[in-house]
Design a protein around this ligand. Structure first.
Ligand code: PMP
Length: 439
C-alpha cells in the first residue's frame, strides 16, 4: 500500500517545472485577490503574468465567482453530445459579437492545446468536405507554441517540445520565425523589418504545390517563446499569400485574445482576419478550463451541406461547452466589457512601454519588446548555462514579491489588465533590483 501524507510533494509530477529544484525549495500560492497572490508563508506577490497569461481581469472577481457558484448549484454538468444547455449558446453568441467580422461559429474545447488540435482537424476536414482532400499538409512556424498535444507540437517550433516525442505528424513545414535581433533590437511595439519572412510560404507552396496544403497556423504575436512581435506588414502578407492559394489561415490567439493587446483579439488589432481563430485562457479568466475555436461561415457551412442525418464533424470533448465553464465565460466577458478592460489595456500600454524600456542599459539586458500589456526582457545567457540567468531572475523576483515568467533567457510579463500605474512602477523598480542583484 502507498503511504503518502497530504503534504508530501512527491506524488504530483508538476508540468513544465524543474521538479527536483522545486521540491527542495517549494513555492506555494494559497490565495489570490485582484493583482496579488498570497504565498503559504503569508507574503503578497504581485501577479506580473496574469497567472499563466490567463487571468486578464485579475483574481477572485466577484461576478465570476458568483456565476460559477450559482451554476454549480443549478446544474453541475450536462452531456455535451446531442444535448445543449442555454449558457453554451449564450457564450457563443457573445464571442461572435466581440470577434472580428467573419468569425461566426464557435466550437468549445477545454484548453489552448485542445483548441489547436480542433482547429487543425477542422481545417483538414473542411477541405475534405469540399472535395479537396489532397490538401492535407500543415504549415507552422519556428519558435511557434501551439500547446503540447501531437498536432500542436508538430506545427510548433520549440525544439524541446518536439525532440523527445517521436516522429510527430508528417506533412508539416515551418516558416521562419520573425525575430530579427540585429535589425529590430529594443524596438518599441511592432518592428519595421521582417515582412518579407512571410514570403517563405511561397517557397513551401512551390515545393509541394498549393493543392496539397490545408492550413498555416501562427500566433499573431508569439508569446511563449518570448514575445516575438509580427513585423509591420507580415501578417497582411501571410493573409494575401494564403488567400491566393486557397490555404486556410489559423491564428492562435490563446495569449493575444481577450484584451492583451488592447483589443478583443490580435486579428482586430492588426486588421487581419484569419479563417479560424484559436482561443482559451482569458475566455474564462483562467477560472475554469475552457477553450473556443472560432471560424467563418464558409468553413462551418461546408460541414452543413451533407445529408441531414449525418453528424457533420466527428470531433468533441466530454466537457465541450461545460455549463460551469460557460457560466464563467459569460461572467468573464461581461466583466471585461463592463469595466472597459480592453480599452484600459490600450490606455496603459504607453506607460507600460516606458517602464519596460526604462530598463535598457541595466546589467544583462540585450533586448526589450512590448505591445499592449505584454512585454519581454531578453537577458544575455550565461555561457554554457542557458536559461540559468533568467531562472535566477525569476527566483529573485519571487523573493521580492513579484511573479514573472521566464522562457529560455527571456523574462516575459503580461499583468492582469486591472493593473494600476503605481503597480507598473513597482514592477519596474523590482526588476531593476533583480537585474542588478543577479550574476
Ligand atoms: N497556444 C498558445 C499560443 C499558447 O500560448 C498556449 C499556452 N501558453 C497554448 C496554445 C496551449 O494552451 P494550454 O496550456 O491551455 O493547453
Amino acid at each position: 500500500m502507498n503511504v503518502q501524507s497530504p503534504n508530501d510533494l512527491n506524488a504530483f509530477w508538476m508540468p513544465f517545472t524543474a521538479n527536483r529544484q522545486f521540491k527542495t525549495e517549494p513555492r506555494m500560492f494559497v490565495a489570490a485577490d485582484g493583482m496579488y497572490y498570497t504565498t503559504s508563508d503569508g507574503r503578497q506577490v504581485l501577479d506580473g503574468t496574469a497567472g499563466l497569461w490567463c487571468c486578464n481581469a485579475g483574481h477572485k472577481r466577484p461576478k465570476i465567482v458568483e456565476a460559477v457558484q450559482a451554476q454549480v448549484a443549478e446544474m453541475d454538468y450536462a452531456p455535451a453530445f446531442q444535448m445543449g444547455h442555454p449558457k453554451a449558446f449564450e457564450l457563443a453568441n457573445k464571442l461572435v459579437n466581440m470577434a472580428p467580422e467573419g468569425m461566426e461559429h464557435v466550437f468549445y474545447t477545454n484548453s489552448g492545446s485542445e483548441s489547436v488540435e480542433t482547429a487543425l482537424k477542422i481545417a483538414l476536414a473542411y477541405h475534405r468536405a469540399k472535395g479537396d482532400g489532397a490538401r492535407s499538409r500543415l504549415v507552422g512556424r519556428e519558435r511557434g507554441y501551439h500547446g503540447v498535444n501531437f498536432g500542436g507540437i508538430s506545427v510548433g517550433g520549440i525544439v524541446n517540445n518536439r525532440r523527445f516525442f517521436g516522429s510527430l505528424l508528417t506533412g508539416v513545414d515551418h516558416l521562419p520565425h520573425t525575430h530579427l535581433p540585429e535589425q529590430n533590437k529594443f524596438v518599441r511595439g511592432q518592428p519595421e523589418h521582417g515582412a518579407h519572412l512571410a514570403d517563405d510560404l511561397e517557397r513551401i507552396v512551390a515545393l509541394h504545390g498549393a493543392e496539397t496544403i490545408a492550413a498555416v497556423i501562427v500566433e499573431p504575436m508569439a508569446g511563449s517563446t518570448g514575445v516575438l512581435l509580427p513585423p509591420k506588414g507580415y501578417l497582411e502578407r501571410l493573409r494575401e499569400i494564403t488567400r491566393k492559394h486557397g490555404i486556410l489561415l489559423i491564428f492562435d490567439e490563446v495569449i493575444t485574445g481577450f484584451g492583451r493587446l488592447g483589443s478583443s483579439f490580435a486579428a482586430e488589432h492588426f486588421g487581419v482576419t484569419p479563417d479560424i481563430m484559436v482561443t482559451a485562457k482569458g475566455l474564462t479568466n483562467g477560472v475554469i478550463p475552457m477553450g473556443a475555436v472560432m471560424c467563418t461561415a464558409e468553413i462551418h457551412d461546408a460541414f452543413m451541406n451533407g445529408p441531414e442525418h449525418v453528424i457533420e464533424l466527428f470531433h468533441g470533448y466530454t466537457y465541450s461547452g461545460n455549463p460551469i465553464a460557460a457560466a464563467a465565460g459569460i461572467a468573464t466577458l461581461d466583466t471585461y466589457r463592463e469595466e472597459g478592460l480592453f480599452e484600459r489595456a490600450a490606455e496603459l500600454a504607453p506607460y507600460w512601454e516606458d517602464m519596460l524600456h526604462g530598463l535598457k542599459g541595466l546589467p544583462h539586458v540585450i533586448d526589450i519588446r512590448n505591445m499592449g500589456l505584454i512585454g519581454a526582457i531578453e537577458l544575455e545567457p550565461i555561457a554554457g548555462s542557458p536559461t540559468q540567468r533568467a531562472f535566477s531572475a525569476f527566483l529573485a523576483a519571487y523573493d521580492k514579491g513579484l511573479l514573472i515568467r521566464t522562457t529560455g533567457d527571456i523574462i516575459a510579463m503580461s499583468p492582469p489588465l486591472i493593473i494600476e500605474k503605481d503597480e507598473i512602477d513597482r514592477i519596474g523598480e523590482t526588476l531593476k533590483d533583480v537585474l542588478t542583484s543577479i550574476d
